[in-house]
Design a protein around this ligand. Sequence first.
Ligand code: SF4
Length: 365
Amino acid sequence: MLFDYTKQDAQGASCTAHAWAKVPAPLSPPQRDALKARAKALLAERQAVLVAHYYVDGDLQDLALETGGLVADSLEMARFGRDHAAQTLVVAGVRFMGESAKILSPHKRVLMPDLDATCSLDLGCPPEDFAAFCDAHPDRTVVVYANTSAAVKARADWMVTSSCALAIVGHLAAEGRKILWAPDRHLGRYIQEQTGADMLLWNGACIVHDEFKGLELDLLRAEHPGAKVLVHPESPQSVVAQADVVGSTTQLLDAVRTLDAPAFIVATDNGLMHRMRQLAPGKVLIEAPTAGSSATCKSCAHCPWMAMNALQGVVDCLEQGRGEIQVDEPVRSQALGCIERMLDFVKAHPAAVKTPGLVPRLGAA
Ligand code: SF4
């Protein structure tokens, strides 16, 4: 069952051009070295820690790892930021990740390189409309993806990430609960198929994963018969159906490291390739096909909001104190419950996040 919600397309399209216009120009090697050195010094001076997502620029990922920070998926980012002793967190990613850090650590200062970095899933799920959706279905347990605003999380019973969504919804389904799910329709459909849960789906999508094409993937697989296909479940059904592994960014990374295959076709944001190349240097990595780049780069397997994160932004937020995340009460404490419920579940069921979906490829022998 799909809740028909169409504002997302118009909002996502208009905001994408704005986002690409804010992506900084590439740096020369000397510029990059100078900014990285300045960012390192500022992180140390301000006793701050950098928490970066796998989709951001490789320089930021390297900076995080070289300074005692973290590069991870949104589940690990939330846990790390909460548990780290630093009182200043610099979150390189998109806005909901900074909000989650602030919700979990209200007394810490949470800075972001660019506060305009958002997400089409968050934009496509306005809190007022989502509240009306929840009000219309009071019999359902509300489960939201991490990629939502604090105000949407404040209406939810559970938050999940792609690492733990199957385990948590499977657990709720086993208890006989009916689910109201938002906002990603592809991830919701995948969870519903895998768990058999009764799910009412919001009609949102990730503008990056929604663009992967099943037909072109089929042709690419024929060119690379020995390659394994790795797919993030925010992708359309025709792409997921061809996957050898369906999983979160961390689970796809683990698959590249551990599976005995010389090559991988990867259907997720190409920012993940940076860490994949570092952790599996001998493997051939091939981007899954999209419709291709265009004037606004709507379909290039890279998120414009993630691309807005840059070394200059890290320097500026630490030097000038700009880009600070605020989440007002009572929204913060109302949103805290669904995040803590997820973290408690994952702590009690550590195996839940370890295993990606291993699926038989349709038509395979
Ligand atoms: S890659 Fe997709 S889901 Fe991730 S932040 Fe960008 S738009 Fe949102």
